[in-house]
Design a protein around this ligand. Sequence first.
Ligand code: HBZ
Length: 830
Amino acid sequence: MSDMNRPGSAVGESDHIRTGLSKEQLKQAYIDNLFYLLGRFLEVATPHDSYMAAAYTVRDRMLDRWIKTARTYKASQARTVCYLSAEFLLGPHLAKNLINLGIMEVSREAGAELGLDFEAILEQEEEPGLGNGGLGRLAACYLDSLATLQIPAIGYGIRYEFGIFDQLIEDGWQVEKSDVWLRDGNPWELPRPKLRFPVRFGGHTETFQDDGRVRVRWIPDLVVEGRAYDTPILGYGVSNANLLRLWSAHAPESFDFQAFNTGDYYGAVHAKVEAETISKVLYPNDEPQAGKELRLKQQYFFASCSLQDMIRLQLGAAGTLEGFHEKFVVQLNDTHPAIAVAELMRLLIDEHRMDWEPAWEITRRTFAFTNHTLLPEALETWTVALFGRLLPRLLEIVYEINRRFLDKVRMHFLGDEARIARMSLIDEGHGRRIRMAHLATVGSFAINGVAEMHSELVKSTILKDFHDLWPERFHNVTNGVTPRRFIIVSNPRLARLLTECCGDDGWVRDMDRLRSLEPLADDVGFHEDWRRMKTAAKRDLADWLRRRVGVNVDPETLFDVQVKRIHEYKRQHLNVLHIITLYERLKAEPNRDVAPRTFVFGGKAAPGYLMAKLIIKLINSVAEVINQDPQVNDRLRVVFMPDFNVKNAQHLYPAADLSEQISMAGKEASGTGNMKFAMNGALTIGTLDGANVEIREEVGDENFFLFGHTAEQLQRLQAEGYRPWEICNDRFELRSALDLIASGLFSHGDKELFRPLVENLLYQDPFMVLADYELYLDRQTEVSHAWRDPKHWNRMSILNVARMGKFSSDRSIRDYCERIWRVRPVPAEL
Ligand code: HBZ
């Protein structure tokens, strides 16, 4: 990495003066950690030892802030946001923490004086991949913004022993390898062995008399213990450090002993294994619901531990649970933690002997719920049979919530039986299933979607009946991403340039200040800086791809990037059809003047999603043919970057020229990759879907390549009877591209390999790829023309960066704070 691209030298570097950290202190601390924690000395330390010592050195500096923050929050008795999420896709900690502490530069200098290779140390970190994609990464961005905005907040989730699988590409196919991120230790977390809670499973319930009241006792057949592991989350440019608390599942010791005493050794071991399985592995499904027992166990496990922890804090501070909903607001990140609604009721009623009405009042005023998808196959439901077997007491509570809720519905919509059936928490139609989105909605005071368009669709489709009943509970909070991770850490050159232009680094906490770049969009000198920055980033990526993937790409070409989970609705295959058409055009007309492009793809497919895996194979197969064809490979290159994760992604955002956001309109709730690219100066080619709509509004439609049918148009097409094969008859190039795939050209003559994909497109095309093909190609032709005019292109690129302020996650968190959570900053002082 060249000097210019060092993270952090742009911003926040006066900060170490405030933190009082000198180079000498850092050096000494590093050497001490190497010696006392790792039992090593400088001369023999491996790169991993160096990383561990560096990480401990940084963590020690974080603890001071963390403890002071905890003290301040405690004294202020401020309302606290609890963000419940089954996923947190944090990305590497070291660089981010150095930036947020404001000690990147001084650490680099200290490292140099010790003879350490700083970049190699950063590269050592194995990222915690505790999420699938957008939803998990959003949670990580929100933690960053909560700390930066000095909001008392706790992230609660699961400490999976294995995160999202590592992706290898073998013979063009995705191969999954388990992610062993904890193998070499995790220096960022603090185990809290004393902080543990029991979580019950199975068994049965009994009623008993208590003070003249009938109460319920749950006799489980398995008790699991949740143990806390804490990771501090630093704010940027402030002294606040918040808490991410992840739960790890264990067998309670007492349980083992019981079994041992009765001589049931295998029974004890079995119970231990069963308990520990709960936090073993992250489910790798992005979207389709996994109807797995273990998944329901995971959800209940972390919801219960988190609520028990909040109750402990509340009782410690106030001695009573009465004001619980004033002390805590709990945000449900999709329905994965929705069981918390019933669990809080259980804890209040069964364990803390409250009556139903006051308990429900607290519960209803505690939760808020974010929906992240409209895809019907992703909406979570659990069969009553499984739910009742695993969580018998919670099933009773869900039934009671439902009974009382349906009475209200009946009164509101007199005699509308169809509506009552639609709104019930139980779907009686499909083998009796509990609808988790309904439970979350009924138990929440606020419900939100993640982009304007998505929130409108939530109100008019999946939760329409609820919106009719409680319109005031529905909100929109458009997603955002953190500029600390996605500009400063990923793109230090851009960060430096922005700081220069703005006069200081204030834009990092107030991205609207980037508007001051607008006048520079026509400044010749600034264009030169912009071009130099972009070219350097593209060279870095080209180097990285050569070393990591073994392909050569030309930094002078247009870098056209689509990275995200592989899914038919995201339409990576539409992108491939464009590439094949360009290929055919060049083959037919070898001297044709086309803008040379490098197409980069990346993303994981759910291991059981065969069509998505076939799309990966297709991309790699097309790459193999095109990259080896000397007639075109100076103008077309295709690369599949394996193992797309936060760490690898950071190499892409600075280097992209064109960002592909081409989902079928109405399907992508928001998208956040679209934001990461645009704020790094890539132009977007995209449909009117999710946050694309708002990005285009902000950057200006003349600076955005819009294409495709609208969601309404597609719906109409479908209603009229969509016949994709007929589109093919009229569109010669489309027919020809599909024929080429079917011919075996990309599969060494095998005509069967891609048949399922081609036939699916021709005869079903559920995501209407063919309907948008021609509009997409036309728009891509305009992209190529625009690329030929660098002045125009750079102008658009600069304006994109200048106008992306809305998509900082700081704005999203401010929206949540003001409209939903009603919480205020509590600054911590060092
Ligand atoms: O959440 C994504 C949406 O697809 C995307 O449009 C949005 O920007 C983002 C943040 O709001 N949804 C997911 O990432 N969903 C999951 O990762 C997921 C994980 C496990 C599941 C279901 C969905 O069981």
